[in-house]
Design a protein around this ligand. Structure first.
Ligand SMILES: [Zn+2]
Ligand SMILES: [Zn+2]
Length: 835
């Protein structure tokens, strides 16, 4: 064995061994000790940097650890392969999206293999394969059958290159985040999934997810956004048109001084036709439609509006108040109209002050009455109702049910529950996605494609031209088809399904990835799901995870699966950041910040094990961490020292192979080393079982390594000492193997064990080894032995001092004296100086 650490030879060797021996192949028929370990599959964008790598390396460490703990681990990988970047590459560079995707997949797969990340590649899937998207289309049809997929007109953000954009993809200045072109609004007929029908159960079942981060559960609850309140039917005073509102504060309804309505509100179109104020109002509306919702509702954004010329009547007191179009009300929330109560709502207050609208107090705080003219902010706390007709003098909170009942009894409102979540827009006007399996027939209308005709295949011969919208709509052979119901001439739906939908059921497919006649086998998915451990970025905390939960619930209700939640435990890892060379600030790695670290060069320079070890050592995995080039050097030095220790002591280690390792034969340094070994096993195991604190586990292993170097047996060492030395080296290699698997395999084999180290059991703690010996300490007062005490070996000085001072015989000799100084020689004596 060479003393130089030859990572560049041994790493490819072991990767090849794992592949050839199918080490990561999972036999899913054995479910007794099943463990489904799933890392979120990537979008094949090209190359991965070390920040991406963290995700997969964490998953691999969990996989290997669970495997050695005796589980049958299923750890598959695939590709979230449809989506916009592939299509934009086609439009701007003339590469077919399929070719672009296939070549990126090949590159990323090579990276994963080079990192020693072990997957059951026999189960590899890609969402752009017809054998896969056939079943994405099937899922669409199942929702369609259950009335959960429907079409309606909706305004969308429209970029000429990227077509439809989500709100999050529009920058504050109204340009496209992906390509920089201006974004406009367009009314399009779109497909939606009725996720709102599942709002309450998606909220309730968060309680089942006690192994999810609290933060993620909270984000989902906020997204669903349940609030209890009342519907109150205001009406346009001039026309009688209904203008209902939803409010959580019906107790303030007598304080309404204007109505604030969203620029998108459909009522406006009707009211403004032929109205003298139409031009001014329309100009305001058009300006607001270009501003993203998050900017409009940001507390820091200036409240703006325009008077429509109309009024609404308050059904409680018959008062008419002006109707304003405002920037801060969204159509997506509530009814798109808000009863404005400036005295008791801060946004309404700011708006009222800006446009000199009245402020009417209807809740007075105890003691100090409010004066509308002197107020500098809304009063949002509780008090007694005033100016509120029959409710005057009532405590406002307690009166809420009565105020609501008053409306119900008179037929102009009722108690209601409102959810913030909206139906899920699932259609895209793009080529590179799964076609929506619907045919539009002039006689039959909307006709679902029968299951036997799935998949509706994407044609390959498509003309990609920038600024021309959806290329699929221009493909005549795709568009023109026969109606599956009447056989007449019909048109195919040319929208494709959002990438989101392809990625919210893939975890089911991995269990039976090659099944041709069904998406999955019920008995198998029921045995393997929920996923035992799901690992991925916090950026998926809401949409991907919520959509996946929704689809599983629908499949459950339709009788296809027996479980209600897809992921039992969730781990969200932090990002790796690096200082930008441009401005010295710390950023998440990205090309635009110029702070990307490529793993490829590091693997060549130091090897994959060093990259893995540093990636896991960099900090608690759930937190963001700063990349440092010095850190990777440190990881490399550690592995090199470990290699050298084994190489230099080969003879000693080989000779100790058959020596018994028995606690009762140990004394002195080997007893110390043996205890350190079992303390390390204990702490590493707990770090791994708990919150995946790999960084702390690795630190323990490094400490054990230092103890190993310090307690190396001398040439004439006892057999017990040599036996403990070998046992510690072997066990350290096993403990290290989830983090640095290549070097672990090599050293494990060098010590005479058959590969793979994955077949070695995870070491167990020997409780007897942890027990500390008792030692006797002499206690001296002014140099004379005045007592003796027994204490556990290694007792810290402060505790030894305390115990010594409490001894009866010592206290006797200290009578009338003051203690000046105490010196503790650990495990030997305590010397007290007093006068
Ligand atoms: Zn764009
Ligand atoms: Zn027809």
């Amino acid at each position: 064995m060479n003393e130089r650490y030859p990572f560049e030879e041994l790493e490819p060797k072991w990767q090849q061994y794992w592949a050839e021996h199918g080490v990561f192949r999972c036999d899913t028929s054995d479910t007794a000790r099943k463990y489904y370990c799933l890392t979120m599959f990537p979008y094949p964008s090209g190359t991965m940097h070390v920040g991406h790598g963290r995700n997969y390396i964490i998953g691999d460490a969990v996989h290997r650890f669970k495997r050695m703990r005796g589980f049958n681990v299923l750890s598959p990988m695939g590709w979230d392969a449809f989506g916009l970047p592939a299509e934009n590459a086609a439009k701007s560079r003339g590469i077919h999206p399929r070719a672009w995707t296939v070549s990126n997949i090949a590159h990323m797969k090579r990276q994963l293999r080079e990192w020693g990340v072990g997957y059951d590649w026999d189960r590899e899937i890609a969402t752009c394969h017809p054998e896969y998207y056939k079943w994405t289309q099937w899922i669409f049809l199942k929702l369609y059958e259950r009335g959960l997929a429907y079409r309606r007109q909706a305004p969308v953000n429209w970029c000429e290159l990227c077509t439809t954009l989500a709100n999050e993809e529009v920058l504050p200045d109204g340009t496209c985040e992906r390509c920089g072109r201006p974004v406009g609004k367009k009314d399009l007929t779109q497909w939606f999934f009725k996720i709102t029908a599942y709002a309450q159960v998606l909220l309730d079942d968060l309680q089942l997810l006690d192994q999810w981060p609290e933060r993620v559960r909270q984000m989902q609850a906020n997204w669903i956004g349940r609030s209890e309140g009342a519907r109150i039917d205001f009406a346009i005073a001039e026309t009688g048109d209904p203008c209902p509102v939803f409010t959580t504060r019906p107790d303030t309804v007598y304080g309404v001084t204007f109505m604030a309505i969203a620029p998108e509100h459909p009522l406006l179109r009707k009211l403004l036709a032929g109205n003298p104020r139409a031009a001014e109002v329309t100009a305001f509306i058009e300006r607001q439609l270009l501003v993203s919702a998050s900017v409009r509702t940001d507390a820091a954004t200036k409240k703006e509006g325009v008077f429509t010329g109309f009024h609404v009547r308050n059904p409680y007191n018959g008062e008419s108040v002006p109707l304003w179009v405002t920037n801060y009300v969204l159509m997506e929330y509530g009814t798109g109209a808000v009863m404005a109560v400036p005295a008791h709502d801060q946004r309404d207050f700011e708006f009222a002050r800006a446009y000199r609208l009245p402020v009417k107090i209807v809740i007075q705080p105890p003691g100090r009455p409010l004066d509308p003219a002197a107020m500098t902010a809304a009063y949002v706390d509780d008090g007694l109702m005033v100016n509120s007709g029959p409710f005057d003098g009532r405590p406002n909170r307690a009166a809420i049910p009565e105020v609501t009942r008053y409306a119900r009894e008179r037929g102009f409102g009722d108690a209601t529950v409102h959810y913030r979540i909206r139906d899920w827009l699932i259609s895209r006007q793009r080529y590179w996605g799964a076609p929506v399996p619907i045919v539009h027939c002039p006689s039959c209308g909307e006709v679902p494609v029968p299951e036997r005709d799935l998949p509706v295949r994407l044609p390959d011969d498509v003309d990609f031209q920038a600024e021309r919208g959806n290329p699929l709509a221009a493909h005549a052979a795709f568009v023109h088809t026969a109606c599956p119901r009447c056989g007449g001439a019909a048109r195919r739906e040319t929208d494709t399904l959002a990438q989101w939908l392809c990625s919210c059921w893939y975890f089911l497919r991995y269990v039976n990835p090659r099944l041709a006649e069904r998406p999955f086998a019920a008995a198998d998915v029921n045995a393997w799901l929920p996923v035992d451990q799901y690992i991925g970025g916090i950026e998926h905390a809401v949409l991907h995870l919520l959509y996946s939960r929704f689809i599983v619930k629908v499949l459950h209700d339709a009788g296809y699966v027996a479980f209600r939640e897809p992921f039992r435990a969730l781990f969200t890892q932090g990002m790796i950041c690096k200082r930008s060379e441009k401005d010295g600030q710390l950023y998440k790695m990205s090309k635009s910040k110029g702070n990307v670290v490529s793993p490829d060069a590091l693997v060549r320079q130091y090897g994959a094990d060093t990259l893995r070890l540093y990636t896991l050592f960099i900090g608690p995995p759930e937190k963001d961490a700063e990349w440092s080039d010095a850190g990777i050097e440190g990881a490399f030095r550690f592995l090199r020292r470990l290699w050298r220790l084994v190489a230099e002591n080969r003879e000693l280690l080989d000779a100790a192979r058959d020596l018994p390792c028995e606690l009762r034969a140990m004394t002195g340094p080997e007893r110390e080393l043996y205890r350190k070994l079992h303390e390390t096993i204990d702490r590493v195991t707990r770090d791994m079982e708990g919150d995946f604190h790999f960084n702390s586990a690795i630190a323990q292993i490094m400490e054990l390594f230092n103890a190993l170097e310090a307690h190396k047996p001398p040439a004439a060492g006892t057999p017990a000492h040599r036996a403990v030395f070998r046992r510690t080296v072997e066990t350290l290699i096993v403990l290290l193997s989830p983090f640095a698997p290549h070097i672990a395999e090599e050293l494990w084999a060098a010590l005479g064990h058959p590969p793979s180290i994955l077949n070695a059991p995870w070491p167990a703690v020997d409780p007897a080894a942890l027990a500390r010996e008792e030692v006797e300490l002499a206690v001296l007062v002014n140099g004379k032995v005045r007592g003796r005490m027994t204490a556990p070996a290694g007792l810290p000085a402060a505790a030894a001092e305390q115990q010594a001072l409490a001894l009866e015989s010592v206290r006797k000799h200290l009578q009338g004296l003051r203690v000046r100084k105490v010196v503790v020689v650990p495990d030997k004596l305590v010397n007290i100086a007093a006068n």
